[in-house]
Design a protein around this ligand. Structure first.
Ligand code: DAH
Length: 337
């Protein structure tokens, strides 16, 4: 009997030791410790032993063997459990330490940089920043700016109309603004003069991209409305801006020109220290019709306005040959600045 017990125990311990998975350990647990297990079967045969002492010894041996099997199952289960956990951790591990080279600090887009420097310069000169919507009405973008029906800038060649009919409105009168000048109208309609504002923003035209044009670009608009404003105030403001923004070595000039919303109108150029002139934008005295559209009496108020392209300034400043490069998202381009 005792040798059977030892044999059953050793067989049980051997199969436990060779169990490779938790499932196998669970199987063994029910097989070895259940009623049909070898040791349990031997227990039922204790009654057939002759002497009390033999029964006692065999009973003790069976209990010891069962305790040993239970302990072996428990430790095998624990060992396999921590192995499974370790394997799972290894399998699901993320290497968060990996990086290629030292991290690089980026910078704002060239146009954003120019936009922010322009705002800073004008704020330093006493202007406030104004805003208007990118989706505009025909009235704000053209009509109120003294560009009646038939003005070439209203044509389909330049303008991107939006498929939207305003409530109670007319189809084909909503568009992506073609310039920042409608902000002049919106400002006059919401703010009492004196008005000293600049309005930077995104504008849209039906242009094919080339080295100097993009269908989406940026402008900054200026508007001053006060009493007794003259062309001299305009020229002085442009000159002060040129020196503040480009440096003391730069100077500006006005050239006669035409815009429907200013009278008289001018282009303004700046002169580089090396003597080159570059055209920057348009300007002029706000047309009486525009003041009236803004709800102001031209007998009481006068003003000047100007507008120029931000992208072109960024391009000039950094010596970029092709404006499309600035929107290419090519890191090799961006890294140069
Ligand atoms: N809105 C004009 C354009 O997009 C630029 C401009 C010219 C703005 C003269 C002005 C101005 O305020 O007075 O071409």
């Amino acid at each position: 009997m005792l040798s059977h017990i030892t044999a059953a125990r050793d067989a049980a311990l051997a199969s436990i030791a060779s169990a490779a998975t938790l499932d196998e350990v669970n199987d063994l647990t029910s097989r070895l410790t259940g009623k049909k297990g070898d040791l349990a079967q031997l227990k039922t045969r204790l009654g057939s032993l002759a002497s009390i002492d033999d029964k006692k010894a065999a009973g003790q041996a069976i209990n010891d063997a069962m305790a040993a099997v239970a302990a072996a199952l428990e430790s095998r289960r624990a060992a396999l459990g921590s192995e499974a956990l370790a394997a799972r951790i290894e399998r699901e591990r993320l290497d968060l330490t990996e990086f290629v080279g030292a991290p690089k600090r980026g910078h704002a887009h060239l146009v954003t940089q120019a936009w922010e420097r322009l705002e800073d310069t004008f704020v330093g000169m006493g202007f406030q920043i104004a805003e208007g919507p990118e989706v505009e009405t025909d009235w704000h973008n053209f009509e109120a700016l003294n560009m009646g029906d038939g003005h070439p800038a209203r044509g389909e060649f330049d303008t991107l109309f939006v498929d939207h009919v305003p409530p109670g409105g007319v189809a084909g009168t909503t568009l992506l603004r073609t310039h920042t000048s409608p902000v002049q109208i919106r400002t006059m309609l919401t703010q009492e003069p004196p008005i000293y504002i600049v309005a930077p923003g995104r504008v849209f035209r039906r242009d094919t991209p080339d080295a100097t044009h993009m269908p989406v670009f940026h402008q900054i608009e200026g508007l001053v409305v006060d009493r007794h404003i003259t062309m001299a105030d305009l020229a002085g403001t442009i000159e002060a801006f040129t020196k503040a923004f480009f440096g003391a070595g730069f100077t500006s000039r006005l050239r006669p020109s035409y815009f429907p919303f200013t009278e008289p109108s001018a282009e303004f150029d700046i002169q580089r220290p090396n003597g080159d002139w570059i055209e920057l934008g348009g300007c002029g005295m706000v047309h009486p019709n525009v003041l009236r559209a803004g709800g102001l009496d031209p007998e009481e108020w006068s003003g000047f306005a100007f507008g120029f392209g931000i992208d072109r300034m960024a391009k000039e400043r950094h010596g970029v040959d092709d404006i499309r490069e600035m929107y290419s998202d090519d890191i090799r381009f961006a890294e140069q600045f």
